[in-house]
Design a protein around this ligand. Structure first.
Ligand SMILES: Cc1ncc(COP(=O)(O)O)c(C=O)c1O
Length: 376
């Protein structure tokens, strides 16, 4: 069968060349990547497979366990989490699944509370784990509605596995974990609080050092994507939980480790690159967060000015607005739902890219405007 991607015998198979990254501005992925680490090390290393639990020692020899442990230590310090357990996942989705699994094991037969703005991985995880869901309505900026939440918690009889969104996918809104914790305490509910912090988990600590503080708040776990704010060539993420929640996992002789990770084989290259990026840029992260938020504020103002009212939540770089034409969304790779689309000003979305986008949006608005009836 003919296939454009496969080439004739003896020819080197080619890669489909991806579109230019400056037109990929609708998803929370940092595309301003440093290629040198992989170029240098791929030449001398083979498979890197972090099979098993990094805390217990990875028995399979070709691993990047040291790097993985360094990544976990960095995140634990960022969230002031003292006794922790965690691993480098394949992304935010696996982190959510892994943490909600821990929560379900801890609580027995809980009900999962999350907002209607939660990422689809939260609903999928509940389905996979067989946990009933209580969806809480959100307000217009995408944050959970706490009045609705309180009404629901008042009559809740089951333990609550709570998944708060720290930066929702479409609107970049952050659920207020202080209010959530207060309500859970006031109604005397047994709970496990997980934070889905795929993008904002790497931004908020640099905007408010106390918000994601495990040392003062009873947060059980957090999941963050590695390829989003930090940026890597392979999708990856980090899940961290308080150590106490993994004690009841079974031992597996084959890997000489406890069966704590969702998948068996795991991408050691992702752990190695993530660690390299952290060690190289950790003093720059605060500045990068500031730039991303500043570009988002510029973009919002410019969109408002050209007649495309835009919205931007606090601590966010997700600028959302009325969904433009399908052609326009495709050109800029804008993520959208039925009514809104967004741009996420990651590190590669520079001032120049924002300016180019605004010029194009100006044309888009003109072409979409109903033409004035001609004077007779
Ligand atoms: C809030 C939120 N949670 C989870 C995820 C899933 O992350 P990943 O794509 O790394 O699996 C995303 C992805 O955009 C997200 O926005």
């Amino acid at each position: 069968m003919e296939n454009d991607i496969l080439t004739m015998e003896n020819e080197t198979p080619s890669f489909v060349s991806p579109p230019k990254k400056e037109f990929c501005i609708g998803y929370p992925t940092n595309l301003a990547l440093d290629n040198t680490f992989l170029i240098e090390h791929l030449q001398t290393h083979s498979l890197l497979n972090n099979l098993g639990d990094p805390q217990q020692g990875i028995f399979y020899a070709m691993n990047a366990q040291t790097e993985e442990l360094a990544v976990l230590a960095y995140f634990a310090e960022l969230y002031k989490l003292d006794k922790y357990w965690g691993y480098v996942t394949h992304g935010g989705t696996e982190g959510n699944l892994s943490a909600l699994y821990l929560g379900r094991k801890h609580l027995g037969a809980p009900v999962l509370y999350c907002s209607d703005q939660s990422h689809y991985s939260v609903f999928k995880s509940a389905d996979l784990l067989g946990i009933p869901i209580q969806v809480v309505a959100s307000n217009s900026n995408g944050e959970m509605d706490y009045v609705v939440l309180e009404k629901l918690l008042k009559s809740e009889k089951k333990p609550v596995l709570f998944c708060a969104s720290i930066g929702t996918t479409m609107k970049g809104a952050t659920d207020n974990i202080d209010i959530i914790l207060l309500l859970l305490k006031n109604y005397n509910i047994k709970y496990y609080l997980h934070l889905d912090a795929a993008l904002s988990g790497m931004m908020i600590p640099f905007l408010d050092a106390d918000y994601l503080d495990f040392s003062t708040k009873n947060i059980a776990s957090i999941s963050v994507s590695g390829h989003k704010f930090i940026g890597t060539h392979f999708p990856c993420g980090v899940v961290l939980a308080r150590e106490q929640y993994v004690s009841n996992m079974s031992d597996i002789a084959y890997i000489q480790s406890k069966d704590t990770t969702v998948t068996g084989s795991r991408n050691g290259w992702a752990a190695a690159e993530l660690n390299h990026a952290i060690q190289k840029r950790k003093t720059q992260f605060r500045g990068e967060v500031g730039n991303c938020v500043a570009q988002a504020q510029r973009l919002k103002k410019s969109l408002d000015r050209i007649g495309c009212p835009a919205h931007l939540n606090d601590w966010s770089n997700t600028v959302y607005f009325k969904k433009p034409s399908v052609e326009f969304c495709n050109k800029w790779n804008l993520a959208s739902d039925k009514t809104i689309a967004h741009v996420i000003t990651m590190q590669h979305v520079t001032r120049e890219v924002v300016n180019k986008f605004i010029d194009d949006m100006t044309k888009e608005l003109r072409s979409a405007a109903p033409s004035k009836p001609k004077k007779r």
